[in-house]
Design a protein around this ligand. Sequence first.
Ligand SMILES: [Zn+2]
Length: 308
Amino acid sequence: MSYESQMLEELAMPAKREVENALIKILFKHNGVIKEFGSGQEIVDEIANEFELSNNQREAYLQTVYRKENRIKRSNLWHRLLFRAADSLAKEKLVSRPTSTFSLTNKKEWMLTEDGYDKALKLLDIPISQKYILPTKSYEVEKIIKKLNEKPRPENYNPFDTTKKLSKSTKEYLLRARGFRQAIIEAYNYQCAFCGIKIQSPDNFCWEVEAAHIVPHSFNGRDDIWNGIALCHLHHWAFDVGWFTIKNDFKIVISEKINSLPQNYGKICDRDFLRSSNKNSKILLPKRKEIYPHQNSLIWHRENKFYP
Ligand SMILES: [Zn+2]
């Protein structure tokens, strides 16, 4: 038995497989991404807490003596165990390594892959159908986000997808839909472009905001960043039914119909659900102009959805 295995046994450290499963669950809890261990002591502690590790177990060091150089290298046993577990998960392609994640997000993080995400749902007894509702990221979804953000903005954009429609149940369709949703809500900083509301569930797990299509799917609207806008549930509905639209200069136009609403309609406390936005105000926009909604999508919405 090696010196390390002996120490693991003596200290009754958790088995590698158990650590792997705990890692997958923690990743899921953190929406699919965690910092690499070297720069994320909170994560290292959080996983240690899962196992209720004692201080002894957390602080045990392995000593390697380098006689030639006359030095002793000390490495933390718990860190080594964690890293080995993560490394095995990466070999099984259940997580992406911080170096590969970095090429997508510029952050050194461990990230669940689609297979890792499936495994997390299984471990947590969550039905697989929830995968398309939950906000958990995956390496594959992140790839789509990067692609959507980096596509060169076309001068004359066609917001309609004229290629053969993918069946709604295919993996590719669902993955694309998740990529679109995540790209949009990140671009708008998790805020409603109309009213600016920004709120998460109390467990910090999901955002209230939704990714709305300007030209909807039912009209073959594309899953492109130029055909999307982040809106809260209420304003998503109001946009889809034509209560308001957006001009090419991104100013909000509200339906005149609002003036004929009965007194007790459309009020949030004493404020009007549409007029609560400033008159002639612009929608909130992403930081980069290249991903602003495209005028061709906006024109279509004004002509086909808006109720003047
Ligand atoms: Zn809103």
